[in-house]
Ligand binder design. Structure first.
Ligand SMILES: O=C(O)CCC(=O)C(=O)O
Length: 350
């Protein structure tokens, strides 16, 4: 969406920067969008009070950030002064966080496609494990049928369901005090099987207690992100159903953790660092992926927004949908990982 609109999230300004932000006619508005109950027409009504609005677009696939494009930069400036960090009457007192948006930079062409691993042992990312045919075709159909009879929540480009704890896209965290209940019975076979998954560390309590089901239509992927350390424990399992995809892992050598909603979940065009290590793995339907250790804590994972994937010269079409079941365990205290520069718990205590 950001790429379609031609604008994206501005760079994070360093704290000691004294340069004022450069005004533009396009505002990047956080805490606003369908995931937080605000429709495009609500946004239009709220911002039209300051000048003629040329369009409202999703800023990324979070459903909680939009781009508001004015015809005149002066109108954007007035809206910014009136609404940034203040309750907006026309949006039931919602506090918006607004910055001037910037044009999307053309992507650097590498000239070569990324080799795609078909086994975790070939991937070269520590802590990543993958098992093919983790569930049978019959179990896959049962899991899909179970979620298809339950209500979906629509985000900008995909649909989700949450069990155990609600995942909050605005903060990329959970409210650990709001327990929704045990994980549903339809995943009990999966839960039994993951105990003996390669790479699983022994655990005296439940291995997982939160489930996010994602349904991606063909051509839709997921923005690069590291799951917030303070939200979830070390092991994250993701079961692919209904269709295949490629998952890319990115390590930013100078990478650091930034506030949720700024880098975590940012759209793919807004990476601030151009240099990073890229690795990719093919995830067939019915495969289970475990992200743990360095691969979970220090590498971003990302699903490219493709309709077709090139796996070692073989063209693999994405299906009409891919449904993933991501199992995580909600963290109850601060994260004690050794990857401090990626850790929000560390940044809060230091
Ligand atoms: O779809 C997947 O396999 C991964 C989902 C994921 O990373 C997420 O929900 O944060």
């Amino acid at each position: 969406m950001a790429a379609k609109s031609g604008f994206t999230r501005p760079r994070q300004r360093s704290e000691d920067s004294t340069a004022p932000p450069i005004p533009s006619a396009v505002l990047y508005v956080a805490n606003c969008g369908p995931a937080v109950g605000v429709t495009d027409s609500d946004v239009l009504a709220a911002f039209s009070a300051f000048g003629e609005v040329a369009g409202v677009h999703a800023a990324d696939d979070s459903g909680a950030r939009v781009l508001v494009r004015f015809h005149e930069p002066a109108a954007a400036e007035i809206a910014m002064a009136a609404l940034n960090g203040r309750p907006c009457d026309r949006l039931a007192g919602r506090v918006l966080h607004i910055r001037y948006s910037v044009p999307v930079k053309p992507k650097a062409r590498t000239g070569c496609s990324l080799p795609v691993a078909v086994a975790a042992s070939e991937l070269g990312v520590p802590g990543i494990y993958m098992v093919e045919e983790f569930v049978t075709a019959a179990e896959e159909q049962e899991l899909l049928a179970a979620v298809d009879t339950r209500p979906w929540k629509s985000l900008a480009k995909r649909r989700v369901q949450h069990y155990g704890y609600e995942f909050l896209y605005e903060t990329r965290n959970v409210d650990s005090k709001q327990f929704l209940g045990e994980l549903p019975a339809f995943v009990s076979t999966v839960l039994q099987k993951i105990i003996s998954f390669p790479g699983v560390k022994k655990c005296n309590t439940k291995l997982v207690d939160q489930l996010t089901v994602n349904e991606y239509p063909c051509g839709v992927g997921l923005s690069p992100h590291i799951d917030t350390h303070s939200a979830f424990e070390e092991m994250i399992f993701s079961l692919s159903l209904a269709g295949p995809c490629i998952m890319e892992f990115r390590k930013y050598p100078k990478g650091s953790w930034r506030a949720p909603g700024v880098v975590n979940g940012a759209d793919e065009d807004s990476s601030e660092e151009s240099e990073y290590i890229r690795k990719a793995i093919f995830l067939p339907p019915r495969s289970m992926l475990l992200m743990s250790g360095e691969g979970r804590y220090a590498w971003h994972h990302y699903i490219p927004h493709h309709k077709i994937d090139d796996v070692r010269g073989q063209v693999i079409k994405r299906n009409s949908r891919r449904v993933s079941f991501t199992f995580r365990k909600v963290r109850k205290g601060p994260c004690q990982c050794e990857y401090k520069q990626f850790c929000d718990s560390h940044s809060k205590t230091s």
